[in-house]
Design a protein around this ligand. Structure first.
Ligand code: DAT
Ligand code: MG
Length: 149
């Protein structure tokens, strides 16, 4: 069982896509174990994007994620990390397959609607960065036996 972090970035919230994005992941079969809306502090943005500190697009990432509220969701399930990233589609929306969130709703790499953790290890680290233990709830979906054999 893996845990992974989804962020609906400011463009996703401003464009009214929160429900659509959650629905696709929920219907795929992952389980919500934490969910909140928040204004992202510079401190949190810098911790989240520390790995990209040396990239030319780093300043843009920080100003984008702090520009307007985001929705953060922790998801759990078998293969949750790769399943979530598959639903989100390629980082660059012009390369994302139709049927994915970025492939259906985004065009620019700098406005790609969502973030998804990229490994099981980073899933744990990012969920713990964005959520306190009290904000995370372990539970079993009633339909889990119809999703996982
Ligand atoms: P992902 O979000 O698919 O994990 P990433 O971790 O490599 O992708 O990059 C983080 C974000 O940075 C990504 O969602 C969009 C932005 N980004 C990545 N590569 C970029 C580039 N070459 N130019 C501009 N923005 C970029
Ligand atoms: Mg990434």
């Amino acid at each position: 069982m893996e845990t992974t972090l989804l962020l609906v970035k400011p463009d996703g919230v401003q464009r009214g896509l929160v429900g659509t994005i959650i629905s696709k992941i929920e219907q795929r079969g992952l389980n919500i174990v934490g969910m909140k809306m928040l204004s992202v502090s510079n401190e949190l943005a810098e911790a989240h994007y520390a790995i990209h500190e040396d990239k030319p697009f780093y300043n843009g990432l920080i100003s984008y994620i702090t520009s307007s509220p985001v929705v953060a969701i922790a998801w759990q399930g078998n293969k949750a990390v790769s399943v979530l990233r598959q639903v989100l589609g390629s980082t660059n929306p012009t390369e994302a397959n139709p049927g994915t969130i970025r492939g259906d709703y985004a065009i620019d790499i700098g406005r790609n609607l969502t973030h998804g953790s990229d490994s099981a290890e980073n899933g744990k680290i990012e969920v713990n960065l964005w959520f306190t233990p009290e904000e995370l709830i372990e539970w079993t979906r009633n339909d889990s036996k119809w999703i996982f054999e």
